[in-house]
Design a protein around this ligand. Structure first.
Ligand code: SF4
Length: 196
């Protein structure tokens, strides 16, 4: 991008492609027997950690009503994309997980095409886009008073290599007082609190 183009890259010039992209992708999310809300639920379950794989966490993540989420989950279960199970320790909330069919559906996620287009951008452009979008999303989540759902590595309760030889490990969550694997540490969490 030339310096002239950079000077003209005002907010409204960037909002326009974002808005259009959102609309184009919503239309594509009606392909393959799913709808946009069902795609969002499948993506959430692929990214959520074990403290966040519940209907109530999904409700908070999407900022939707309980009724809408319940209908979405019922449809996904009926079609065989997700499974519900009781939570260990007799806790009331259900545990949601993707079935093989759910995982296979995600390999056809229309947003994967956007990820590939972004991968094709230069490294510097990609890093700037990542940082800029993160900042805009963060500001909007604060304005709407929605939970951040960030990953452990950016959370104030995360203690790197803090799990003193126990399983899971090597990391530790001070809030849930439980160990975290390397893989856990890059999943999203309902209780995430940004480290400052
Ligand atoms: S460290 Fe933070 S993000 Fe990770 S499990 Fe604990 S509360 Fe959740």
């Amino acid at each position: 991008m030339s310096s002239d183009e950079e000077d003209n890259a005002h907010g409204h010039m960037i909002v326009w492609p974002l808005e259009r992209l959102g609309r184009v992708m919503r239309a594509r999310e009606h392909e393959g027997g799913l709808n946009p809300a069902q795609w969002e639920a499948l993506r959430f379950l692929a990214r959520a950690n074990r403290f966040s794989d519940s209907p109530s966490a999904l409700t908070r993540y999407l900022g939707a009503t309980k009724g809408t989420i319940s209908q979405t989950l019922m449809a996904l279960e009926r079609k065989g994309y997700i499974a519900k199970a009781a939570r260990a320790g007799g806790r009331k909330s259900l545990r949601l997980s993707l079935t093989e069919k759910g995982r296979e559906a995600l390999s056809r996620d229309p947003w994967a095409d956007i990820a590939r287009s972004i991968d094709a951008l230069g490294g510097k452009t990609r890093r700037r886009l990542h940082r800029g979008l993160d900042e805009v999303l963060d500001a909007e989540l604060k304005r709407a008073d929605l939970a951040s759902f960030g990953v452990c590595t950016t959370c104030r309760f995360f203690r790197e290599k803090g799990s003193t030889g126990q399983t899971p490990g090597p990391h530790f969550c001070m809030l849930f007082e439980d160990g975290l694997t390397e893989q856990d540490s890059v999943l999203i969490c309902i209780a995430h609190a940004a480290a400052h």
